[in-house]
Design a protein around this ligand. Structure first.
Ligand code: ZN
Length: 211
């Protein structure tokens, strides 16, 4: 076995011990069930770990990650996670967290073909097309890249609000807040983009469902 693999097994033992020292019932309590207040939709990028960034413990964050933190409304995986989080776990917050330097976003700005992932990246290219004027107007490539990351997060938050799952929850009077963050790989800090939706009145008319 290689060293890394041995290390992670060993780390697990140490982690269990460190938790039990602080609270001998830590795992017993967690095994009873979960009531996380937050659903995190983030990028698969290894440098953006939901719990570490937010200083949260096991049991506090329900997590869905994919390349470039996308909310694709035909993605059964995402919809299942969202449905379970909203309707069963009754999370109060759903947060889309993108990050600067995102490889998925970078790929969507270029023309390289990298295989099957091209078809996933296409969803991100569609976001570019929606904001082409604003993005094309930015001459500096790095700046345009950063803006695209931000615009993509905003778009995904809006796509969350458009889902029947979220609109149903609002219609039922459930308290549910949507947020968009960008994480800085080089600083560790997140920025709240201020795209807060709390009812379907915030959506364009054509997306408002009469439930
Ligand atoms: Zn990424």
């Amino acid at each position: 076995m290689d060293d890394f693999y041995k290390k992670i097994l060993d780390n697990n033992k140490k982690w269990v011990e460190s938790k039990l020292v602080l609270d001998k019932d830590f795992f017993n309590n967690l095994s009873e069930g979960q009531t996380p207040p937050l659903l995190w939709i983030g990028c698969s990028d290894s440098r953006v770990p939901a719990n570490e960034i937010t200083g949260t413990q096991a049991g506090e964050v329900f997590v869905h990650r994919n390349i470039a933190n996308m909310v694709i409304h035909t993605d059964m995986n995402m919809l299942s996670v969202l449905d379970y989080a909203v309707n069963v776990l009754k999370v109060k917050h759903v947060l889309v967290c993108g990050h600067y330097g995102c490889g998925g976003i970078k790929a969507a700005m270029g023309n390289d073909s990298v295989g099957i992932i091209d078809n996933w990246i296409r969803h991100i290219k569609d976001v570019y097309r929606h904001h082409q004027k604003e993005l094309d107007a930015i001459m500096d490539e790095k700046e345009r890249f950063n803006k695209f990351v931000e615009v993509n997060v905003k778009e995904q938050v809006s796509d969350l609000a458009k889902t029947s799952i979220v609109q149903n929850a609002w219609k039922n009077g459930q308290e549910l807040y949507l947020h968009g963050w960008v994480y800085g790989l080089n600083s560790g800090y997140v920025t709240d983009l201020g795209v807060n939706y709390s009812s379907n009145d915030d959506l364009d008319d054509v997306y408002q469902l009469n439930i």
